[in-house]
Each structure stands twice: as structure tokens, then as C-alpha cells.
Ligand binder design. Sequence first.
Ligand code: MRU
Length: 355
Amino acid sequence: MRTIWWDAEIHTVKMIDQRLLPGRLEIAQYDDYRDVARAITEMVIRGAPAIGAAGAYGMVLAARQSPAQDRDGLLRDLRQAKAVLDAARPTAVNLSWATDRLLRLAERLTDALADELRSALLAEAERLAEEDIAINRRMGAYGATVVSHGAHILHHCNTGSLATVDYGTALGVVRAAHEQGKQIHVWVDETRPRLQGARLTAWELMQAGIPMTLIADNAAGHLMRIGKVDIVLFGADRVAANGDVANKIGTYKLAVCAKENGIPCYAVVPTSTIDLSLPDGDHIPIEERDPEEVTTIGGVRIAPEGVPVYNPAFDVTPYRYITGIITEEGIAYPPFRESLRRLKEAAEKRIWSGR
Ligand code: MRU
């Protein structure tokens, strides 16, 4: 199931509206990059690699919307669009990584006419989206090597097809292990406040026929202590150069608890999520979202009117709690500063070599 795609007949980007799942499966469509930015902010589409793909298609739309007749004018409009798209959500670095990749391509094609650039940008966005699927499958294959037969996996948030273009990061590892016949079972954290686990991960796993049980977030520690969890898997929105991992709020608590109980804990990320420009997790911007996400569930108010609320959407897990970071180029182990740089360089070479 693909989360986002380009409709070439009507020159429009289409995506599953994830706010409505699991109740309704509806497709949203956009032909204005500013609407794509809004869709990212409002979480019509969410999950780091998926919003990267949305950012790339947003750049394609921006190029089509630009009235520029020459390359310089088009580049100016693309830079403006990139700033709007990048600001849509601050924590997932995949967004600016993807818009940067499209802008860099346009800047490299010094002899191209404006319309040739527009076509090249669409081809690049399609390529990025296709690569995302292939990358997830490679991560799945690497990741499945650390999942043993019969393992009980604890999973946080949604990292599946919906969070990527298709297949998934941490849920991609789950899918790969299941496809290999390993008879795994997944404990699915509900993931308050937006319930990506209960709404999206449970839906995906049930569709795929992968054994799972939904738990309240607060049950995770109990399950770890009584020996019901063999491995903890989650995705990430940004990984700093030292291996600190920013992911959905609640991840830190899980990782600390896993270490306390001697349970291996892996982040599963495409190399596009690794940000070597930041020395550690303290430099990762943490998004704060609307208090209403905490005071309501499914539109029903659960807290008193006017209650003060703090709603950080992500937290940072220091590298010492992470056993390994699974990427499409292999699994990084400590010391992460070296292993992550090696894997990131290999991926950059793969993208740009021969162009
Ligand atoms: O706020 P969300 O739903 O976009 O957060 C998503 C996550 O935290 C995922 O774990 C992360 O993006 C990695 S998923 C491929």
C-alpha cells in the first residue's frame, strides 16, 4: 500500500489522509505546494520518510506553479518554496534532506532550460519515492537478522507503510521477519497523544496478518520487567552525529527501561534521517504541538477547560541506550560517531555517483 504518489494525468500529488484512519480510507490531493506544507503540518501525512517524499513532490509543484521562464527565476522560486516546506515540521530532518536534494539537482543542471528543470525535478521526486521503498526493504533484511524466531517485539508509534512511501522502517523489519516465517508477535504501544500506534500500526499489522496485541503506553515497562519483551524497535525523526535519536515522545522511557531489563533496543532509520551536522541530540529541534492533542481524544474533551498543557511531540534518547541503528547500508554499532559517518557517506555516494 503506497502512502503518497504522483498522478501524472492531473499533475497532482495524492496521499492517504492519515488523520481519518482507521475509520475511513480517503485520498487527499494537492496541486499547490503551500497546501502540501499545510498537509504536513496538520499530519494528513506523517512519519519522517513520508514527509520527505511529500516535501519532494511539494518542490515539483512549486516548480510547476512558478511563472519563471528562465533557470535563475525558477531557482529563486524553488528556494522560497523549500523554506515554506521545511518549516512545516521541524524535527524530521528527512523533509529538508528531500527538498535539499531536489534543489541541489536543479542547481547542478546548469545548462537546462526552465521546463527541462521542471521535468528533471519530477523525475527526481519519483526516483526518491521509489528509492524509499527499496531502502526500507534493505533495512528490513538487515534488521531481521537481529530478530529471533518467536520474538516478542515492542514497537512505538507508527513506522510502517504509512510513515514511509511503502513497507516501513521498524515495521519494515517486523514485516521482513514475518515474511521469513519467524513467528513473531508485536506489542503495539498506543502512542498518546495522537495514537499512531492504536490507529495506524494496529491497522497495518492486522491487514498484514502479523500477530499483535495493543497495549496502553503505560503497560510497556511492566511487560519488559516480567520478561514478555525480547527486543524494542522504533524509527526516528533525526539521529545526531553521536547516535542520539529523536523519535516520538515516549521513546526515551522505553529505551531506558529496555536497558534496565537487558533488552536490546534498535532504532531503524534510512540514512536520510541521520544529521551529521548536529553533534548531539541536544541540538535537535523538538516540535511542540497543539494542547488539544492532549486535552481531547477523538474530539472528546478529557481534561478541564483551560488546563495548562505541555505537548512535546518528540524526545531524545541518548546513544548509550541504543544497541544499534539499522540503516539501508548496514547496522551501525557504537562508537556511533564513526559507524554513522561511514554509512552516511556510502549512501551519499549511491545517490550522486554517475550523475
Ligand atoms: O509525529 P509523527 O507521527 O510524524 O511521528 C512519527 C515518528 O515518530 C516515527 O517513529 C518516525 O517518523 C520514524 S517512522 C518511519
